[in-house]
Design a protein around this ligand. Structure first.
Ligand code: GLY
Ligand code: MN
Ligand code: MN
Length: 440
């Protein structure tokens, strides 16, 4: 059995080794897996592993824990897993158990979960710092506290108890922010399937189709390629596109309107995230063309600003500049562009930022600022570039522009030379979209 479609146990061991080196010999890290979440009554949401835990183990079962204890006599990398259980496995699915954890995942030691309360005080004894995710899960915090109390009780026997807790996020998330070649291979596939999903949705688009019919094309494509949706897809016809996170997807698409589709495939634990906006009947009206051209130019300016050394904020500033100029040309704003930007007048029509980090989580981890300043972009970072315009129905808005929502989103890798758009195959120019979407 392979544990990942691209990565093998050596990849995960390499990551753990980096963490062990960063911890030093005085620390221990405890990283929990996700638990199953109840959806309703006795039905659960599809299980999704905690990204930090999967990043370090590749292990995709719930409720496990990874404990990293540099140079401990039991081993440095220890997994606590659910025990084998023939009856439960017949109902709920296979478990690796202790033997599987050792053989398939390459850790030094494995124990069952019911051994945790006995083993943890032993693993914490003599260490100064505990790294763990703090402030995320009350249940985990309580257990962690319990283990610390247990090791403190041993103090009279000469055992030193850890005195500091540290959030493990800082260390792990800085690692996850930079994607290596193996991760990029996985991410490229997630992006490729996301592109295919968008093209399938475009081809299925026609007046009278339900928004969910386009969503179905996306989901079908993702599943056909062994992926799943990275987040609830947005298929927003007409004025629904002005609701930024519209996910009802129940209306019918109307001739003459645009549809905004924001969807991405998660494959091998990495997420694509693409938005495209196109005319339901396959031909842009002249007003739609004008607004679309502004957003497209803003997106290109933002992509051009992605290069090593540029600050994280530069693509956003580039997009805001072009969008504000466009809003003046479209007569949606009046005044001097520099003043309008200073007053943030564009926020009436562009109220979100231009992107986010992308990786195992759609809104991926990693700090955007360091010491209060936007951090410089560096090779290996991946971010989305997703400007938009959302025009309300105000009386001061020309009629033909009212209720129009447009967003264009691509996934961009910072390279040594500049940048690479990972989602460039999804049609985006007016010509390419009119070619792909059926017209009457
Ligand atoms: N799909 C969510 C986002 O674009 O941020
Ligand atoms: Mn998106
Ligand atoms: Mn996004």
């Amino acid at each position: 059995m392979s544990i990942h479609p691209v990565l093998n146990k050596k990849h995960f061991a390499k990551r753990r080794k980096r963490v062990l080196a960063a911890l030093g010999e005085q620390a221990v890290a405890i990283i929990p897996a996700a638990s199953e979440q109840l959806r309703n009554r006795d039905t659960h949401f599809p299980f999704r592993q905690a990204s930090d835990f999967r990043y370090l183990t590749g292990f995709d079962e719930p409720d496990a824990f990874l404990v990293l204890v540099p140079k401990h006599e039991l081993g440095s990398c220890i997994l606590f897993v659910r025990p084998r259980d023939a009856a439960r496995e017949q109902w709920e699915g296979r478990r690796a158990g202790v033997a599987g954890a050792l053989k398939l995942y390459g850790v030094d030691q494995a124990f069952t979960l019911d051994e945790m309360d006995a083993k943890l005080p032993e693993l914490l004894a003599g260490r100064e710092q505990v790294f763990a995710p703090l402030g995320e899960d009350m249940g985990f915090a309580q257990r962690l506290f319990g283990w610390l109390v247990a090791v403190r009780r041993l103090q009279r026997t000469g055992v030193k108890a850890p005195g500091t807790w540290q959030d493990s996020s800082q260390l792990l998330h800085e690692m996850r922010l930079f994607k290596d070649e193996d991760e990029l291979q996985v991410l490229r596939e997630a992006c490729r399937i996301s592109e295919l999903g968008h093209v399938a949705a475009m081809r299925a688009c026609r007046p009278g189709a339900a928004e969910y019919a386009l969503e179905a094309e996306l989901l079908h494509t993702f599943r056909q390629h062994g992926g799943e949706t990275a987040f609830p897809s947005i298929v927003a016809g007409g004025q629904n596109a002005c609701i930024l996170h519209y996910t009802e997807n129940r209306d019918r698409l109307k001739k003459g309107e645009l549809v905004l589709v924001d969807a991405g495939c998660e494959w091998g634990g990495y997420c694509g995230d693409i938005s495209r906006t196109y005319p339901v009947s396959g031909r842009f009206s002249s007003a739609q063309r004008d607004v679309y051209s502004v957003v497209l130019a803003a997106q290109q300016a933002a992509i051009d600003a992605v290069r090593p050394g540029a600050s994280y904020d530069q693509p956003h500033q580039a997009a805001v500049q072009v969008l504000t100029e466009g809003l003046v040309d479209l007569k949606l704003l009046k005044g001097k562009v520099s003043k309008l930007i200073e007053k943030e007048a564009y926020k009436r029509f562009y109220m979100h930022r231009t992107g986010h980090w992308l990786g195992m989580d759609t809104h991926d981890v990693g700090n955007y600022k360091v010491d209060g300043a936007w951090r410089p972009l560096e090779p290996g970072m991946v971010l989305t570039v997703e400007p938009g315009l959302y025009i309300d129905a105000g009386r001061d808005v020309p009629k033909e522009l009212r209720n129009m929502g447009i967003r264009i989103e691509d996934d961009v890798l910072v390279t040594r030379e500049g940048s690479e758009v990972l989602t460039a195959a999804a049609p985006k120019t007016i010509e390419a979209l009119e070619e792909c979407v059926p017209n009457e």
